[in-house]
Write a protein that binds this ligand. Structure first.
Ligand SMILES: Cc1cc2nc3c(=O)[nH]c(=O)nc-3n(C[C@H](O)[C@H](O)[C@H](O)COP(=O)(O)OP(=O)(O)OC[C@H]3O[C@@H](n4cnc5c(N)ncnc54)[C@H](O)[C@@H]3O)c2cc1C
Ligand code: SF4
Length: 551
């Protein structure tokens, strides 16, 4: 049995390209605060900042209006957003105390819940672990949440620039001065085409990185500034589908066990989105051991199980998508989440609680806290790192840190496999996180060896199960075929490594043809899984990628 060590084949981050030691150009758009990424973290940050600015103006404390810009790579708000989602409304209540619960952008209250342990032929209901209780929460589509937040941000006068992926941070010395977007209209060979548009520079006194899971600029900034963490960040890949169903689902469902091998960490979810739609997905930790494990294929197989099939039969696949989730938890927090002229929020720094599969309210809360730190720094006229350090202190005193501290070793326990991990996680719950004491150390996902095996491929029936290419079509992906590749491949790509990439990528971007790796960049849905385990992802021209509406 041959073994692949993914890290051996991964190119380094192109730091010189991502961190540009030059000031914003003469034509730069000037802002007080620039936020990269219009997800829940970035939009909550923008909305709180504008509220603080307005309050200060109304009370006569601040003469000038704050200028705030959000740059988002998706062509329209929400098109690159994907979540489960069951939402804890806590951060919404804090940010919108005047909005009634029924007017928040949720589909429905959680009607009930059940957890099952699956084998191939059976679903055994088990008691709901305390970390997975969802009473008084809501099901929702993150695309809809983001569109709703965007409307509020625009009404507050925030400049939302969609279709503007950020390509680089502009720095002078150690100070972040703004950012540069990608050019668009390049030919496949990288030369300017007939529709070529130059990059745009935005200068800002404070730049907030809210890029979400495996944020590229966050990785680059941390690499450049050498900001470590006790454990490396760990990731999972989630593949998700939204179905129109004839049979309403009356509870939130989670499963453990099959179709995952026992040495992989993960599980599935099925959530009602009103009476005629369900969201269904499979999440798998990227530290699995089998080189042929394929999350998209496993989800297709899973839909044929007696637990899921009755809800899907006679229904219709509406949308498909995929995205990574940062899973390292408390011990993967960066040592600092601020710098000179810079703050980092949300999934970009890993504010996700894996045992409860929640990140939306933590992302929003971190955005709110970053806004408060940024506002104070702007008022004092000092946006240096020490002036922005209050953000870290606020996070450390918030429920983000206390919740994730309580579950600090739970995901990590599963590195020993499902059954031992499950037993340890149970003890951790009982002891409020005190067992086993100390920190379980983890290698990065790319440093985990993969063993080749002979997995049986599934032939899609195009009714309940679908190929990767059909799935990408259902993501709405409309990237032009002539786009240059935004994926950087590494050295020594053997046919086995190429095969490994074909399984990692849920969107069929990689193929192994005659022993060579073939890359189809236009298929990419920006999930970032191979950025974790193989070829590096970089931003491409605005408007590329998926066009999610329901995810
Ligand atoms: C399968 C799955 C299930 C989940 N289930 C739940 C759940 O049930 N409940 C829950 O609370 N949480 C859940 N989460 C986690 C939750 O979705 C995240 O924690 C949350 O979305 C993080 O918000 P964010 O704003 O930090 O990042 P994101 O929501 O990822 O937003 C980041 C934004 O930045 C943009 N961006 C990235 N790079 C650039 C760039 N270079 N230039 C410009 N824009 C850029 C992206 O397009 C995106 O719009 C789930 C996640 C997944 C993947
Ligand atoms: S190539 Fe794109 S779609 Fe495929 S794994 Fe990487 S980021 Fe995801």
């Amino acid at each position: 049995m041959s073994t692949i060590l993914p890290v051996r084949h991964q190119p380094p981050l192109p730091l010189d390209r991502l961190i540009r030691r030059e000031p914003p150009g003469a034509e730069a758009i000037e802002m007080d605060v620039l936020i990269v990424g219009a997800g829940p973290a970035g939009l909550a940050c923008a909305i709180e900042l504008s509220r603080l600015g307005r309050q200060a103006q109304e009370s006569g404390g601040s003469p000038a209006e704050l200028s705030i810009a959000v740059l988002e790579k998706a062509e329209s708000l929400g098109e690159h957003s994907l979540s489960g989602a069951v939402v804890n409304p806590r951060a919404f209540r804090e940010l919108f105390p005047e909005v009634a619960a029924g007017d928040l952008p949720f589909r429905q209250p959680v009607p009930g819940e059940a957890v099952y342990l699956l084998t191939e032929g059976r679903a055994q209901r088990i008691p709901t672990p305390p970390t997975m209780h969802n009473k008084s929460f809501y099901t929702a589509s993150l695309c809809e949440i983001v569109r709703w937040l965007g409307e509020r941000a625009e009404a507050a006068g925030i400049n939302l620039f969609t279709g503007f992926p950020v390509d680089a941070l502009l720095v002078e010395g150690d100070v972040v001065k703004g950012a540069r977007t990608t050019p668009s209209g390049l030919n496949r060979d990288g030369s300017p085409g007939s529709n070529y548009t130059e990059p745009t520079d935005v200068s800002a006194r404070i730049t907030v990185l809210a890029e979400g899971s495996r944020g590229l600029l966050t990785q680059a900034y941390r690499g450049w500034q050498k900001i470590g963490s006790p454990n490396p960040q760990l990731y999972a890949l989630g593949v998700k589908e939204v179905w129109e169903t004839k049979r309403p689902l009356d509870k939130v469902v989670h499963t453990l066990g099959w179709p995952l091998p026992t040495d992989a960490f993960g599980g599935s979810f099925m959530y009602p989105l009103g009476p005629t739609q369900i969201a269904l997905g499979l999440v798998v930790g990227l530290d699995y051991h089998e080189a042929n494990l394929d999350v998209h294929q496993l989800l297709q197989r899973m839909k044929l199980h007696t637990l899921f099939r009755p809800y899907l039969e006679g229904g219709q696949l509406l949308e498909w998508g995929a995205k990574t989730i940062p899973e390292g938890g408390y011990y993967s927090f960066p040592e600092r989440r601020f710098g000179d002229g810079l703050l980092m929020v949300g999934d970009a720094v890993g504010f996700v609680d894996v045992p409860s599969l929640k990140g939306i309210h933590y992302a929003m809360e971190s955005g709110i806290l970053a806004a408060r730190a940024a506002f104070e720094a702007l008022q004092k006229g000092d946006t240096s790192g020490p002036a922005l350090a209050s953000y870290d202190r606020m996070v450390d005193q918030s429920y983000i840190a206390s919740d994730l501290y309580r579950t600090r070793n739970m995901r990590l326990a599963f590195k020993d496999g499902f059954f031992l991990g499950g037993a340890k996680a149970g003890l951790m719950t009982l002891t409020g996180g005190r067992f086993p004491g100390g920190r379980i150390t983890m290698p990065s996902d790319a440093a985990v060896a993969r063993h080749r095996n002979g997995a049986t491929p599934l032939s899609p029936d195009n009714v309940l199960t679908f190929s990767k290419l059909d799935a990408v079509f259902k993501s709405g992906n409309a990237t032009r075929d002539t786009i240059p590749s935004h994926l950087l491949t590494g050295p020594d790509i053997t046919p086995e490594v190429a095969q490994f990439y074909t399984h990692v990528c849920p969107a069929g971007v990689y193929e192994e043809v005659d022993g060579q790796l073939r890359v189809n960049p236009a298929n990419c849905v920006d999930c970032k899984a191979t950025d974790v385990l193989g070829p590096r992802w970089t931003p491409r021209e605005g408007g590329s990628g998926p066009k999610y509406r329901l995810m």
